[in-house]
Design a protein around this ligand. Structure first.
Ligand code: NAD
Length: 510
């Protein structure tokens, strides 16, 4: 595909392109990078250029929020939290969140376009998965708060109740890899719990959040309850960490930045900090209890290379357990074939499986890590797809014999690269997962229920998928053990709890 401009959208959905471009222009043309107090505003901070990873085009520029605008936003959020009915009226919130879910569903095209053009997400995948995930989260959160009975207590000297109350002002600092889905994971439970929110998008993916904010206003979220700021991490992001009037900070991103928020909390107002950090997921193939290698390899290709491997649960290691050499050779060939069958190309083409990586820095880092491993003895085993010269691309890559003391051998690649490892015993495979500092997710393919239990009793990760890669659903908690996370969870009733305080009301008996 070298020399391809990636601009031939003839096979794509024209309506998606038309609606998406209109949404893009409504943000970019007016430099509407902020959503504060229920309306779009222009920032007063530094200029952020939006470069499409598809072909390097400058989509436009947005001016980031200034520190003063952050303070104004927090004040607006606090006022709305204190004075609007939002914090006290769960019925109102459930009604508005359901309406918002409908509006998001209606605008799947706009959202998918914005995430594709800005972050390289495959548009069909956004329409089929990311947007429905946000919709499901909003409806799930609305259902959760429709039945919150609290707890009634009585003793010899009084009576009372224990209830959950909103934490107050929630700051959400988002990554770029699943712009709208990560937003949904934070916004649905935090708003359902009755909080006011300030979202800081990633510099690399700010557009769909701004479109979402507009939909929230249409749905009836009161002015000041949902705010979005475009801004850099070290600028507005760090200032949010240190802000004295933010009660909860929820973050999805890299480990070092996550740790900095724990320090900022200690140095400021002890805001609650919830961190969803990286991963280095293993995909275990328990060959003695696995039948159809073709189905398994296809699942692994999706798990390892979907979103160009820029996924904290991406199967960055395929761990094959089995003693029979011929079966391993068969599996290896099948995995290579599944990888080579993927279509790498234009995110707007409905036949595309894999788009670009997010930016030049990411592509250069992935390239450097793989090159270093190869120079130290690792072998690339598939024929890699040709990728365009322009834009930021890296082909799906299966690699073997990666030395542990290379960056690829110990770090999170966050790109379309998976390391095929063969183990003789199940115990060794368990160690490969549990001895990592990361403990976010892993998958086991195992068709024997007794052995499924064996694996589940030993592997220590936040989400263990069995017989098919999955991060669970809106109803299942998502987050990491060890250094993959810190307090709180996304999704499930657990997410709601992350944005609530527990309060006791005690009435003395006369
Ligand atoms: P990142 O940490 O660089 O950026 C995430 C967010 O933090 C962005 O909004 C960024 O602006 C902000 N930020 C950056 N530097 C900052 C600073 N000094 N102070 C305050 N804020 C700052 O991460 P990323 O590159 O956007 O995302 C990739 C990482 O996120 C990977 O490590 C990946 O595993 C992780 N991730 C984790 C999950 C999860 O749920 N566990 C999901 C997606 C991504």
């Amino acid at each position: 595909m070298s020399d391809t401009t990636m601009n031939d959208h003839s096979t794509t959905n024209q309506a998606l392109l038309d609606r998406g471009e209109a949404a893009l222009h409504s943000i970019i043309d007016g430099d509407n990078g902020l959503w504060i107090g229920g309306r779009a505003e222009t920032g007063e901070g530094e200029q952020i250029d939006l470069i499409s990873p598809i072909d390097g085009t400058l989509l436009g520029s947005l001016t980031a929020a200034s520190r003063h605008q952050l303070d104004t936003t927090v004040t607006r959020a606090r006022t709305a939290f204190d004075t609007a009915d939002w914090a006290r009226d769960a019925k109102l919130r459930a009604r508005v969140l359901r309406r918002l879910a409908d509006l998001v569903e209606d605008d799947a095209a706009e959202i998918a376009y914005l995430d594709a053009v800005e972050a390289g997400k495959v548009a069909a995948g956004s329409v089929d998965e990311d947007v429905p995930d946000v919709v499901a989260n909003l409806r799930f959160a609305a259902a959760l708060i429709s039945h919150d009975d609290g707890r009634y207590l009585r003793s010899a000297d009084g009576w009372g109740w224990v209830t959950k109350v909103p934490a107050g002002i929630v700051a959400a600092i988002l990554p770029w890899n699943y712009p709208i889905a990560m937003l949904g994971w934070k916004v649905a439970p935090a708003l359902a719990a009755g909080n006011a929110m300030i979202i800081k998008t990633s510099e690399d993916s700010t557009l769909s959040a701004l479109h979402f904010a507009c939909l929230a206003a249409k749905a009836g979220v009161p002015d000041g309850i949902l705010n979005v700021l475009t801004g850099t991490g070290p600028g507005i992001g760090a200032a949010m960490g240190l802000h004295e009037d933010i009660d909860v900070l929820t973050f999805t991103g890299s480990g070092p930045v996550g740790r900095s928020f724990l320090e900022s909390s200690a140095r400021s107002n002890l805001k609650k900090v919830s961190l969803e950090l990286g991963g280095r997921a293993g995909y275990i193939v328990d060959a003695d209890h696995a039948g159809d290698f073709t189905a398994i390899a296809a699942d692994i290709a999706g798990a390892a290379f979907g979103t160009s491997g820029q996924n904290c649960t991406a199967a960055s290691r395929v761990i094959y357990v089995g003693a029979d050499d011929e079966r391993f050779a068969d599996f290896r060939t099948t995995l290579i074939a599944a990888t080579e069958a993927l279509t790498v190309g234009d995110p707007f083409d409905p036949t595309t499986d894999i788009g670009p990586v997010i930016n030049t820095k990411a592509r250069d880092r992935i390239t450097a890590w793989v090159d270093e491993a190869v120079n130290q003895g690792a072998r690339i085993v598939n024929t890699r797809a040709e990728v365009p010269d322009i834009g930021t691309w890296y082909p799906p890559t299966v690699i073997e014999s990666v030395p542990d003391d290379t960056r690829l051998g110990s770090g999170e690649i966050f790109g379309p690269v998976t390391h095929l490892v063969r183990c003789e015993t199940s115990e060794t495979a368990v160690s490969l997962i549990n001895d990592e500092p990361y403990g976010l997710a892993s998958t086991v393919w195992c068709e024997d229920i007794g052995w499924v239990r064996w694996w589940a009793d030993r592997i220590r990760v936040g989400t263990l998928a069995v017989n098919g890669y999955s991060e669970g659903t809106e109803a299942t908690p998502f987050g990491g053990m060890r250094q993959s996370g810190f307090w709180g969870r996304d999704n499930g009733p657990e997410a709601l709890a992350s944005y609530q305080e527990t309060m006791t009301v005690w009435v003395a008996d006369g």
